[in-house]
Write a protein that binds this ligand. Sequence first.
Ligand code: FAD
Ligand code: NAP
Length: 338
Amino acid sequence: MGINIQSDVSLKKYNTFGIEEIATNFIEITDPIQLLSAYETGIFKEEFLTLGGGSNILFTKPYSGYIIKINNKGIQAKIVQQDIFITACAGEIWNDLVCYCINNNYNGLENMALIPGTVGASPVQNIGAYGTELMNIFYSCIAFDTVAGIFKVFYNEDCQFSYRDSIFKSEYKGRYIITEVTYKLSSSPSINTSYGAISTELEKRQISNPTIRDIAEVVSYIRVEKLPDPSTVGNAGSFFKNPVISIDKYKELKELFPDLISYTMPENKIKLAAGWLIEQCGWKGKVIGQAGVWKNQALVLINIHAAKGTEIFELSSKIINDVYQKFNVKLEREVNIF
Ligand code: FAD
Ligand code: NAP
């Protein structure tokens, strides 16, 4: 199956920030076999970028290489005793997969309802929300090695998952194109309401024995209330990762800032709420030119109207600098910059 290379394609509708940049070359992949054709044509020797839904990307300049837009579709379930193995093609929309699982009463994805983007990107930053992470349900994926020109299977233990990170975002950044992902779910529900906002909303609705559908609905409701909808306000969700620091550093900070918000992590580490740090520096709701900080959550940077990617990037640099000056904590960008 061949490939069709389009020239000078606007990326505006392919990134949720809504940044207007041009890609010199654009290829849509609807069948993984096309990756072999792309390999034989020598495309992966040039600059290229694998693109899913563009919801974790900031374009700061025209893209002069090849954009490889992943758009293969299909979901299959295989039941082995209590376990359900769901295999989804990389181009499937993540939330469509969540809905498919809820409709079939497969348990494990509900806390991650309404995360934008595709299945193929889900392992890349080990997506997570409301007390669950992808690594808890990820079984394996198939990925195309753009250096060797072969498909390879990665199991959970191969992916080096950690907080909003994986081997695909670190050591193998950009090298592998994920073509399908298999998740290991369960038919016996284990409801996770550990996240404060979920239990508060369930109480409000007087739901004491929630189903996975209840959880997905509550999570979706909270998200819509709190986050800007990319179809009206360009954004890529949390622009920064929550910083994870040592217990000693935490103690120092807590003395200086008694209201510091923190959560205990494995290995004696402490996670700080980056949104709170940014808010304390006075950035919540602020706007510089066409770039802004979301009024309900300071972790989210927004495109006010026709912002350049560089404007948003510069705003992020100012925030990083201010947080560092005030708290001596270096924020890292979660969004991928190109
Ligand atoms: P893209 O933005 O297209 O790509 C992201 C990165 O993954 C790029 O480096 C890209 O090269 C790589 N990539 C994409 N597809 C593939 C593939 N098939 N193979 C290999 N590499 C690939 N994230 C969370 O973790 N939790 C949240 O709760 C959350 N909430 C969000 C809310 C909003 C409103 C928005 C806009 C974003 C949010 N995000 C969240 C960020 C984003 O939705 C996720 O990171 C998502 O997984 C990105 O998927 P995508 O398909 O859009 O990836
Ligand atoms: P929030 O409820 O205002 O909480 C702020 C931060 O505190 C969150 O980022 C979360 O870290 C942490 N937190 C809160 N309760 C926690 C608990 N019980 N245990 C451990 N950590 C806790 O956050 P929010 O911005 O509205 O986001 C809600 C959820 O959606 C979070 O899980 C967040 O990660 C996710 N989300 C992610 C993105 C993204 O682009 N990555 C965008 C929007 C929302 P964690 O982030 O580690 O959970």
